[in-house]
Design a protein around this ligand. Structure first.
Ligand code: PHB
Length: 410
């Protein structure tokens, strides 16, 4: 079932609550399950459906990322006959428009109005920060299938918040080393000015300068603007050895295309975190040839697991999977495995959290585990665009964990 936004809905006012401790989260959620069991009728009732609230972008520059995540999640659930630990699922959906200003209202639609058991979302770091705040206050289980905001698995970390994707620090951290090894001494950084761009910039600089490189200029524009001309002219004037960037979705396709149109493609090699070239190659294949990126997924991983996933995904959705599809799929796997280990008893939050913390996900990206801050510990790959694929080149960093700076789990 899917909700469209209804402008006549009265916004819900939430009185701010104290952050949830692990115990409070468990008591709050356990109480509801116990109450439901007491009021059960004489006939053996079917266990209630698990309500899953999908808060993702359906419009704007990240719309296709939202689709891929939804597809992946549904595919994992579909592989289990549409059930999680024998409980059926009811879906609720909200288009978050990648708009942080609307995050509280959109999250509350799912939490307060629809009373979802689990929140799944989202893509944009600023929106995810808003969701995480409400998840902390209400104790709702939040599974993040993309947004990398470092703080969510740093100072904001919480027992009921898990990420199945990456921290913004993580995928681009190995890129500096890769670029230095390829002989680049100076680089210009360019990205959108918001949490994901700023945190990627910091991580890239840290990695590049540690290996002797120098970031000579950092350029930025507000999200989701795509007026790149003036910035590209500045890059042409600076003439760095290389350019590194963070862009994603439709904005990334436009950047790749404008970079080539400005005559820079064959003059100054372009690098980035792999979001730059994931899910966009059908649109900008010619302009992207040879671009090298680092990411926790590639299109040609030498594993049977991934090959089967790719075939099944393409068959089911009539499109090629990308990193976002894999992250959505892994979010489904995480919830499914945890639900199976508590035998569908969603009210047993302590056991559910424990299962998620100890999980090993046999992902198409390669097996990964959950760090103690609730972020994947995973391999990061070096990839190169060849034809319509982000070809696997090498493992750039084995089992990389986010440093989890500032996380104190309650
Ligand atoms: C983010 O805002 O955290 C973000 C968005 C799109 C990506 C990666 C990160 O592809």
């Amino acid at each position: 079932m899917s909700h469209t936004l209804n402008p006549s809905d009265t916004p819900i006012n939430l009185t701010p609550a104290a952050p949830v401790s692990r115990r409070r989260f468990i008591t709050l959620s356990g109480g509801v399950a116990a109450g439901a069991a007491l009021s059960a009728p004489f006939v053996q009732a079917q266990p209630a459906k698990i309500k899953v609230g999908m808060m993702l972008p359906a419009t704007g520059t990240f719309a296709s990322l939202g689709t891929a995540i939804t597809n992946g999640f549904r595919m994992a659930v579909g592989e289990r006959g549409g059930k999680l630990g024998s409980r059926e699922i009811e879906y609720f959906a909200v288009d978050d428009e990648s708009n942080p200003a609307k995050a509280p209202e959109n999250t509350n639609r799912l939490v307060q109005r629809d009373k979802v058991d689990v929140l799944v979302g989202t893509v944009h770091s600023g929106v995810a920060l808003g969701m995480a705040k409400i998840a902390k206050e209400t104790g709702t289980l939040l599974l993040i299938p993309n947004a990398g905001a470092d703080d969510i698995t740093g100072p904001m970390c919480s027992p009921n918040i898990f990420r199945t994707s990456f921290s913004n620090w993580q995928p681009i951290h190995p890129l500096g080393k890769v670029m230095a090894e390829r002989g680049h001494k100076t680089a210009v950084w360019i990205s959108w000015k918001y949490a994901a761009g700023d945190e990627s910039a910091r991580s890239f600089k840290e990695g590049f300068e540690k290996t002797g490189g120098k970031v000579v200029k950092e350029l930025g524009l507000p999200f989701p603007n795509v007026e790149f001309q003036a910035l590209l002219a500045e890059i042409a004037a600076i003439k760095p050895d290389a350019v590194a960037c963070f862009f994603a979705g439709a904005g990334a396709a436009k950047f790749i295309s404008d970079y080539a149109a400005a005559g820079l493609k064959d003059k100054i090699p372009l690098y980035g975190s792999g979001f730059l070239t994931d899910g966009v190659l059908q649109a900008v294949q010619a302009q992207a040839q040879g671009v090298m990126t680092t990411l926790h997924y590639a299109d040609s991983l030498p594993s049977k697991r991934d090959q089967e996933f790719r075939l099944n995904y393409a068959k089911q959705f009539k499109m090629q999977p990308d990193v976002y599809a894999v992250q959505g799929y892994d979010t489904g796997l995480l919830l499914a495995q945890a639900m199976e280990s508590v035998k569908g008893d969603f009210g047993n939050k302590a056991a559910l959290i424990k299962a998620m913390e100890g999980v090993k996900i046999d992902s198409p990206r390669g097996a990964w585990t959950m760090s103690k801050e609730h972020n994947p510990t995973q391999d990061i790959y070096l990839r190169k665009v060849e034809g319509e694929q982000n070809k696997f080149v090498s493992v750039a960093w084995k089992a990389l964990a986010d440093p989890g700076r500032g996380c104190r789990m309650a």
